[in-house]
Design a protein around this ligand. Structure first.
Ligand code: CTP
Length: 394
């Protein structure tokens, strides 16, 4: 993230997702932001003043009637370069849209010329309500940046759009808002994600544990930096990153066809998918009965990235190697054999990588540099990956 912005207001609205902002505060502090927390009075129903004061090591007030001598709303408005509100509830969004000033946070928003970022979280019916839709549109017109909520399980039994996105997603959204330069504008990035499946019969398949999280994190990071992103998505259940073209594939053959179709039209290929190395020699047209399901004869699949790299002109190609030990020699062999510019050797020995939000391993460049990555989240790794290829792309 750029150094330009250092002082940030974290506004907290009165929704259950307020507790997630404790983590957001920590992550912002880790990135060297000087954060002042301004909850709304109702937010204190979920997380109290003591928690915010302890975490931020600063005085926390919710009203202009407290510390009046400091004229806090004007002082805070002048000092801070960014106001990030998470969660932004329907009521808080409505109050801001109307220009009301009935607590410290809304006073501050009115008095400030800082960059303003809203992270809405609410029930899907409230998010889709015409009043909220109109308020959001109005605020966007006025220059507010509004992140789209995530879809999934909500408080209670309901699910749908309205969840607060994960902290890492909020941070990458924030990075995209305040990026000094969007260094991938005009670049086309093709990402394979997930794991291919090979049919045994109409019911069964051979597959692998890849969740697609790493590929999707690279897609999100590339979108944040202005790239045009296409994802070849193999059996991934994650929500599509907003702004990406997502093409679903199932088998290695499907992926091969789509790769051929898109490769020439791309600047960067990130081969994050776990490609099945073999497929059944014969695929049953009907479900195999138990007695003929004792052995499966396999035939090897083509190495897709090795194959496509033969057609390489200006493209940069990044591969992944999943190894159960940190085998640098083997990763180097793959880098060469597959015609890659960069490989990330994923240490999967801990069993934590597949489906997990974190990763650890080492990047190896075509010119032999090794860049170790200690345990970090997949969004951070995605940013590092793009940083390592950016000079080659330009
Ligand atoms: N890959 C590919 N086609 C395959 C197998 C792998 O394009 N048939 C790509 C993967 O997307 C990844 C890289 O090659 O970017 C390395 O994948 P990995 O599974 O680690 O290597 P394999 O070549 O399959 O070797 P092995 O499974 O024997 O370790």
């Amino acid at each position: 993230m750029p150094k330009r912005i250092s002082k940030v207001i974290l506004g907290v609205g009165g929704g259950i997702a307020a507790y997630k902002s404790c983590d957001l505060l920590r992550r912002l502090q880790e990135r060297n932001y000087d954060v002042t927390v301004v909850p709304t009075p109702s937010a204190l129903n979920f997380v109290g003043t003591a928690t915010w004061e302890a975490l931020s090591a600063k005085k926390v007030t919710t009203q202009v009637w407290e510390s009046v001598d400091e004229v806090r709303h004007v002082k805070l408005a002048a000092e801070n370069e960014l106001i990030l509100i998470s969660p932004a509830t329907a009521d808080l969004i409505a109050r801001i849209a109307m220009g009301r000033a009935d607590d410290l946070l809304t006073n501050l928003v009115l008095a400030s010329s800082a960059i303003k970022v809203l992270i809405p979280a609410m029930h899907p019916n409230m998010w889709n309500n015409a009043a909220t839709v109109a308020n959001i549109a109005l605020l966007q017109e006025r220059g507010f940046h509004v992140m789209r909520p995530a879809t999934g399980r909500l408080t209670g039994a309901d699910s749908g759009i309205g969840r607060l996105p994960d902290t890492s997603e909020i941070l990458s959204y924030l990075a995209s808002v305040i990026a000094d330069t969007q260094d991938l504008i005009g670049k086309r990035v093709l990402i394979t994600a997930g794991g291919t499946r090979e049919a045994i019969d109409p019911v069964r398949y051979i597959g692998n544990r890849s969740s697609g999280k790493q590929g999707y994190a690279v897609a999100q990071a590339a979108l944040d930096r202005g790239a045009e992103v296409t994802i070849l998505s193999a059996n991934v259940t994650l929500p599509d990153p907003v702004g990406a073209t997502v093409i679903s594939v199932e088998s290695t053959k499907d992926l091969e066809i789509e790769l051929e179709r898109h490769f020439q039209n791309t600047d960067l290929l990130v081969m994050a998918a776990a490609v099945a190395d073999a497929r059944p020699t014969h695929v049953g047209t009907e479900k195999l009965k138990k007695d003929s399901y004792r052995e499966i004869s396999l035939v090897e699949n083509p190495d897709l990235v090795a194959q496509i790299s033969q057609q390489k002109r200006k493209q940069i190609i990044v591969g992944f190697a999943a190894e159960t030990s940190l085998n640098i020699a083997e990763a180097n062999r793959k880098l060469l054999a597959k015609g890659l510019d960069l490989i990330y050797l994923n240490d999967v020995s801990t069993g934590e990588i597949f489906g997990s939000d974190s990763t650890q391993g080492v990047f190896i460049t075509a010119d032999g540099k090794e860049i170790p990555v200690s345990k970090s989240n997949k969004a951070t790794l995605a940013g590092q990956l793009l940083d390592l290829v950016i000079s080659k792309l330009n």
